[in-house]
Design a protein around this ligand. Structure first.
Ligand SMILES: NC(=O)c1ccc[n+]([C@@H]2O[C@H](COP(=O)([O-])OP(=O)(O)OC[C@H]3O[C@@H](n4cnc5c(N)ncnc54)[C@H](OP(=O)(O)O)[C@@H]3O)[C@@H](O)[C@H]2O)c1
Length: 219
């Protein structure tokens, strides 16, 4: 489908390849860039996400309308933030101490982890999404529009157009998008917060994303 945005994914692990399969199945062109230390990536991608195109980071950013970060939170600095000017960048990462280690500067930072990431390039249009469901649920829970039990996924970000673009992608891959407004509202989607890992309807998720004055954890 020519009207589908081209999606580039950083990270060919569990999340990156599950998203690649969903995106390909819904008619998107998908490029994928792996870890610098990953070998035989083309072979892996041919097997686990056939149809996705392996690309260098530079080629991926150049060709993609939307870039998804599906790398460990602790490695977010290794993606090419300076190339993201004006790009829709989807932060699917979670700060996960068993993987990332304990990072005191993050523990002590009141911002959502996506605000911390977005500060790496203020010219990027960062949205937080796709982080609050397990990779194993991505394909299992995908359902056609209108299905009674269709699961909702949130989109938060400070750029209206970026949220709109990602909402259309979420619908295309089989979930009901919920526009949660500002990037700061994404705290509710993070590990240890109410929406994380929960299979919710759009109405249920929308309530959790409604900011409550004076309570940033409820925002
Ligand atoms: N697992 C889940 O169910 C789930 C669900 C939602 C969100 N998330 C979040 O999504 C992110 C990915 O999770 P995952 O489970 O897919 O992890 P994963 O299976 O470990 O995959 C991440 C991949 O990204 C690679 N990588 C590291 N730096 C990179 C770079 N600069 N460019 C391209 N690839 C790079 C890693 O390679 P190296 O091994 O060489 O670092 C690894 O192959 C994490 O932040 C996680 O918290 C996970």
């Amino acid at each position: 489908m020519r009207d589908r945005p081209v999606v580039g994914i950083f990270g060919a692990g569990k999340v990156g390849t599950a998203l690649a399969r969903l995106l390909l199945a819904s008619g998107h062109r998908v490029l994928i860039a792996g870890s610098p230390r990953q070998t035989a990536l083309s072979l892996v991608v041919d097997v686990v996400a056939p149809g996705a195109e392996v690309a260098t980071p530079e080629a991926l950013v150049e060709a993609s309308d939307v870039v998804i970060l599906a790398v460990p939170f602790g490695k977010v600095a290794t993606v090419p933030w300076p190339l993201f000017d004006g790009r829709v960048v989807v932060d699917a990462t979670n700060y996960w101490p068993p993987i990332d280690g304990n990072l005191p500067q993050v523990d002590d930072d009141p911002r959502s982890t996506s605000e911390i990431n977005a500060a790496r390039n203020p010219a990027a249009h960062v949205v937080k999404s796709l982080n609050h469901l397990g990779y194993h649920d991505m394909e299992d829970d995908s359902m056609p529009a209108g299905s009674r039990l269709r699961r909702a996924l949130a989109v938060v970000g400070d750029d209206d157009h970026a949220r709109h673009v990602l909402a259309a992608i979420i619908d295309a891959i089989g979930f009901d998008p919920v526009d949660g407004g500002a990037l700061s509202h994404g705290v509710a989607l993070e590990p240890g917060h109410p929406a994380f890992g929960q299979a919710l309807s759009a109405a249920e998720l929308g309530v959790l994303l409604t900011p409550v004055a004076g309570d940033r954890d409820a925002a």
